[in-house]
Write a protein that binds this ligand. Structure first.
Ligand code: KIV
Length: 285
């Protein structure tokens, strides 16, 4: 098994042009599979709001306590993988002290290797405070789901010169504040490439084209489990929904038709014990 990556490895990979593989994960079994498959980084994303909890309000209702419970499970499943805890809405936007306290919970309670915060220049103070407390921070700019209301929904960013320029200013500011790496979401490849070249820190993308230092996908999207909508940047590497539906329908049919369980699924009583039990019952009656 490959050794767990450190931020020094991430920097070296950028320097050497080696791409990083990154997936979200929310639970123990998925994390076991991811680590075995050699995925190098896991994000316990607040996308759990949609992918696990089915909230119609998306990521906004997700709490710190939910994130901690899921991150603990991910850490147990992938002890040798770099795990990033995603700071949920209002766990860091209020004050720097609150941001440090909540980032610290990810470290102390769930054993993360980094925490991720959405936003550029407007969260600089919180980023600095978390970094000053000795933690590793991943920035996240572009489409930022926690503030998607302000940008009119889950919309690609950086499509105009002005908007791309704002993103570059955010990326530089977030690097300057001490983030160890940056996630760019839903921007054109040219913008992904420009920011990746411009920054010294690794820049990873989800929907940011091929020229970034590594790729992130949401595990429920790439496995074909999440059904509500599919963003343009998703490639489905499997269609597990079909397999899950078929297995459940087959099971229901076999139960109704008394085809399950078969003899091989049943425990055997020790030879002669059933007869003895019947005699005990007869005596008592
Ligand atoms: O919560 C999450 O999974 C994320 C991705 C959308 C980048 O932040």
């Amino acid at each position: 098994m490959a050794a767990k990556k450190s931020i020094l490895d991430l920097q070296k990979m950028k320097k050497d042009g080696v791409k990083l593989t990154w997936l979200t994960s929310y639970d123990y079994p998925t994390s076991v599979f991811a680590e075995k498959a050699g995925i190098e980084m896991l994000l316990v994303g607040d996308s759990m709001g949609m992918c696990v909890y089915g909230y119609s309000a998306g990521t906004l209702p997700v709490t710190m306590d939910q994130c901690i419970v899921h991150t603990e499970a991910v850490r147990r499943g992938a002890p040798n993988t770099f795990v990033v805890g995603d700071m949920p809405f209002l766990s860091y936007q209020t004050t720097s002290a609150e941001a440090v306290k909540n980032a610290g919970r990810f470290y102390k309670e769930a054993g993360v290797d980094a925490v991720k915060l959405e936003g550029g220049r407007r969260i600089i103070d919180m980023v600095k405070a978390i970094v000053n407390a000795g933690m590793v921070v991943c920035g996240h700019i572009g489409l930022t789901p926690q503030s998607s209301g302000q940008i009119g929904g889950f919309k690609a960013q950086g499509l105009t010169a002005e908007s791309a320029h704002e993103l570059i200013k955010d990326a530089r500011a977030i690097q300057e504040a001490g983030t160890a790496f940056l996630l760019l979401e839903a921007v054109p490849p040219e913008v992904g490439q420009l920011i990746t070249k411009d920054l010294k820190i690794p820049v990873y993308g989800i929907g940011a084209g091929p020229y970034v230092d590594g790729q992130l996908l949401i595990v429920s999207d790439m496995l074909g489990i999440f059904q509500a909508f599919t963003p343009k940047f998703v490639k489905k590497y499997a269609n597990l929904a079909d397999h899950i539906m078929k297995a459940m329908e087959d099971y229901a049919k076999e139960v109704k038709e008394s085809k399950f369980p078969e003899d091989k699924h049943c425990y055997k009583m020790i030879e002669g014990e059933f007869g003895k039990m019947m005699k005990i019952l007869e005596k008592k009656e």
